[in-house]
Design a binder for this molecule. Structure first.
Ligand code: AMP
Length: 422
């Protein structure tokens, strides 16, 4: 039996990169005061349909939706922002503290065509600032995002920003883009012809080249911003300039979800090929009301972890190695070694052992394979003296050490840290 197409296993060897990325996210987001919030895998389908939008690819054709046993329609979360906002409103977090800064790390599900960088189960690192409408929140979340990505030593990243305005400025724009695209509707795909009536902005989001070609010279929402939206965008850019955070304005970027208002952004990576977006996000000041809550502004981003991991510099070693290998020879030594291993582990040392009673040579080979810096050798002779041989794998030097000194010596060989890399 094999796993499902588009659903990946993440094995040791790769998982260390994931742990590194997740730990860094927790560390950096913590510096900005973001708290972890965990959301369920499933929500009522209606929640996503209302927020992400019926005319989007995600809701139209990518959601994993099924009836529960009692007939309710449920959906595996395709993104996190909607659920985080639902949780925030449902638990009245806005009443206790109107400004909420949250992050979330976990899998998302979309029925897309699997290819390099695109999976059906993929993972996102999400961060959201709820309850702040000022442009400073936009600038702060962008700074946090770029500090995090920069700290991972990723190269060739490009932050692109745009403003999608609000419903007031999108009204007149909608008429213009509809007029423009109607003249080209023959050349558009069936989905986009439908979008022309329901949500013409979505044509920008179409993945087909023939549709993208028709958008040459199309009016962009940036040119239709109302005074307030224009000022907001200017303030965001001004703060990014003040902080010397490089960015480009991309007036054709619309994002694949309907709830975005004003600032929208993406981080694209030069080294990723076709699926080059590492992160997407934006402001969603209307989302809370769309899902039945009061008016709560918000802004956030979602980073694709699979793509991020692909971009990590290869030179860096993300692997972890045991602190010591314990090689025991003979039944009695094995029994004593087993106790010694637990004692060392209780003291915070990563100990690897052999389970099969193999020869010393074979155990040393295993210690080498595992890259243990030292080996504690426990034979019948040493056992009688309550001693063991400690071998340094790099220098090959050996010394006899009384049992009670083993812990101190092993920790010394690991620069006194006990456990490295954790
Ligand atoms: P979105 O929620 O569509 O704005 O996506 C945010 C980020 O999640 C993207 O920039 C990608 O890095 C990642 N992403 C989205 N869909 C997929 C997918 N099917 N497979 C892998 N990563 C994805």
């Amino acid at each position: 039996m094999k796993g499902i197409r588009g659903f990946k296993d993440i094995l040791p060897g790769e998982v260390e990169k994931w742990q590194y990325v997740e730990n860094e996210a927790r560390r950096v987001f913590g510096l900005f005061g973001f708290l972890e919030l965990r959301i369920p895998l499933l929500e009522r389908t209606e929640l996503f349909a209302r927020s992400i939008g019926e005319a989007t690819d995600i809701v139209g054709k990518e959601m994993y939706t099924f009836p529960d046993r009692d007939g309710d329609s449920l959906t595996l979360r395709p993104e996190a922002t909607t659920s985080i906002m639902r949780a925030y409103l449902e638990h009245g977090l806005n009443v206790k503290e109107p400004v909420g800064k949250y992050f979330f790390i976990g899998p998302m599900f979309r029925y897309e065509r699997p290819q390099k960088g695109r999976y059906r189960q993929f993972h996102q690192i999400d961060a959201e600032i709820l309850g702040v409408q000022e442009a400073q929140a936009d600038a702060e979340i962008l700074v946090m995002l770029m500090r995090f990505l920069g700290g991972l030593a990723l190269k060739n990243l490009n932050l692109q920003i745009n403003s999608l305005g609000d419903p007031a400025c999108r009204g007149p724009y909608r008429g213009e883009i509809q007029k423009f695209l109607r003249s080209k509707s023959e050349a558009l795909c069936e989905d986009c012809r439908r979008r022309l009536d329901t949500n013409p902005l979505r044509v920008f989001d179409c993945k087909r080249e023939e549709c993208q070609a028709q958008l040459e010279g199309a009016p962009v929402v940036l040119d239709f911003l109302c005074e307030d939206c224009r000022r907001h965008f200017e303030q965001v850019k001004d703060m990014l300039d003040t902080l010397r955070l490089p960015y480009g304005v991309n007036p054709r970027m619309v994002r694949g979800l309907d709830y975005y208002t004003r600032t929208a952004f993406e981080v694209v990576a030069g080294d990723l090929g076709a699926q080059n977006a590492v992160c997407g996000g934006g402001r969603y000041d209307g989302l809370a009301e769309e899902i039945g809550g009061p008016s709560v502004p918000g802004i956030g981003f979602a980073i694709g972890v699979e793509r991020l991991v692909m971009l990590l510099p290869e030179e860096k070693n993300y692997s972890r190695y045991p602190d010591v290998f314990l090689a025991a020879l003979g039944k009695d030594a094995q029994r004593r070694g087993f106790i010694l291993a637990q004692e060392l582990r209780d003291a915070g040392v990563w100990v690897e052992i052999d389970y099969e009673g193999k020869s010393l040579k074979s155990q040393m080979r295993k210690a080498d394979r595992l890259k243990a810096p030292c080996v504690v050798i426990l034979g019948e002779e040493e056992l009688k003296k309550n001693r063991a041989v400690l071998r340094d794998m790099a220098s090959k030097a050996q010394e006899e050490v009384p049992f009670e000194e083993i812990l101190r010596k092993v920790k010394g060989k690991n620069h006194g840290s006990g456990a490295k890399g954790r």
